[in-house]
Design a protein around this ligand. Structure first.
Ligand code: AN7
Length: 368
């Protein structure tokens, strides 16, 4: 489990702990459990930049390009490494899908067991498949994510499990490396950072990362943090617990976020905002990003792109880009890969009927 000598000699994609060791709570004796997460693409989008105009540049931080295809791997490498340092035998989490996929993979890598508590019937098929394939013990409950997290907290008080939800500070510490990467690539922090909000761990992590880098003179400024919730799962926007959250973006179907206070603080301290996006706009943005930039993300991630459009277009937006000064830089984080949740798009696609295997039939099918 310790860094193997051959691997470190290769000097390639060493994972976020090796990359940012000095900013993380690890020592020489911490066993590093990594799948070479992080170092994800920061893609310039000329089309999104054109939408906002005024010489602004828009980038998409594609966190779907991680080992289990979501941003959760950044925090999971640290949470599982610290669990191993503490000689843990088992980890547990509640999840809307991605945390369970990531926990299962890193537990397999570490050789320890993993239990995931999931809301029955509300997990995207790719994520469930990941947790199953990696050997997690899966428990589905008749309840939502908030119920699952309550149960996980209680079980961890009684039994010998390390919780790897973002209430574990190592998860947040690992996830802040995404902010470091953005600054390292751009040369400074962006002016605005847009992302989806669920349990609100990620906004907390980015804000921690940006502030830490600024205090170490790695950047000169801090971005305004702008978070987006699904319209019918928007506790932070409405400032009240939502008992029955609903959205097609199942990853952010959360009514009582664990990092609620920290998210509020990040938004207030950064002069940012929180806004809501209806499901139709989430799906429209998902399809727009795939068709115009070739980036296929899951619905929850598309909330950040739909949110960007809202900031550009709508009078009702919580934050308007209409009067934005020239030359500002905007980063939108897309948090998970579209292949995790094929059903949403498959339902809209319909069947592709086969034609005869002749040039004429195929030309006709193409419309020539
Ligand atoms: C793709 O997996 O909460 O605001 O249990 O999977 O840090 O919670 C997932 C959340 C955004 C929200 N995008 O991030 C879980 C879980 C995707 C996600 C979020 C999630 P947070």
């Amino acid at each position: 489990m310790l860094m193997d000598a051959t691997r470190s000699k290769l000097k390639q994609g060493r994972g976020v702990i090796e990359q940012y060791r000095e900013y993380l709570p690890v020592s020489e004796s911490t066993p590093i459990v990594s799948l070479d997460e992080g170092d994800t693409p920061l893609i310039y989008s000329s089309r999104l930049s054109k939408r906002i105009g005024r010489g602004c540049d828009v980038f998409v931080k594609n966190e779907g390009i991680n080992p289990t295809c979501s941003f959760k791997d950044r925090g999971m490498t640290l949470a599982v490494s610290k669990a191993m340092e503490g000689k843990a035998n088992a980890i547990i989490c509640a999840s809307t899908g991605n945390t369970s996929a990531s926990a299962a993979a890193y537990a397999a890598r570490a050789g320890i067991s993993c239990v995931v508590i999931l809301p029955a019937g509300k997990i995207a098929s790719g994520k469930l498949l990941q947790a199953f394939a990696c050997g997690a013990k899966i428990v589905a409950i008749d309840g939502n994510f908030d119920d699952a997290l309550r149960i996980v907290r209680e079980i961890s008080e009684r039994d010998d499990f390390i919780v790897v939800n973002s209430i574990n500070p190592n998860r947040i510490a690992g996830q802040k490396t995404a902010a470091f990467e953005i600054v390292d690539v751009m040369g400074d922090a962006p002016d605005f950072h847009l992302l989806p909000l669920g349990n609100a761990g990620n906004i907390t992590a980015y804000w921690t990362g940006y502030r830490q880098y600024q205090s170490r003179q790695r950047s000169t400024k801090l971005p305004a943090m702008i978070g987006f919730q699904a319209a019918c799962a928007a506790p932070i926007f409405h400032d009240r617990i939502i008992n029955k959250p609903e959205t097609i973006a199942s990853a952010i179907r959360i009514g009582n976020p664990a990092s609620w206070k920290q998210a509020r603080a990040a938004i207030a301290e950064s002069s940012g905002a929180v806004d809501i996006i209806p499901d139709e706009e989430i799906v429209a943005a998902q399809i727009w990003l795939a068709r115009h930039e070739g980036i296929l993300v899951e619905p929850a991630s598309a909330a950040a792109i739909a949110g960007f459009f809202k900031c550009c277009n709508s009078q009702e937006a919580a934050y308007s880009f209409k009067e934005i000064p020239e030359g500002r830089r905007i980063v939108c984080t897309v948090t998970g890969h579209g292949l995790k949740d094929p059903d949403v798009i498959m339902q809209r696609m319909g069947r592709v009927e086969p034609v005869a295997a002749t040039v004429n039939d195929v030309r006709r099918a193409i419309g020539l």
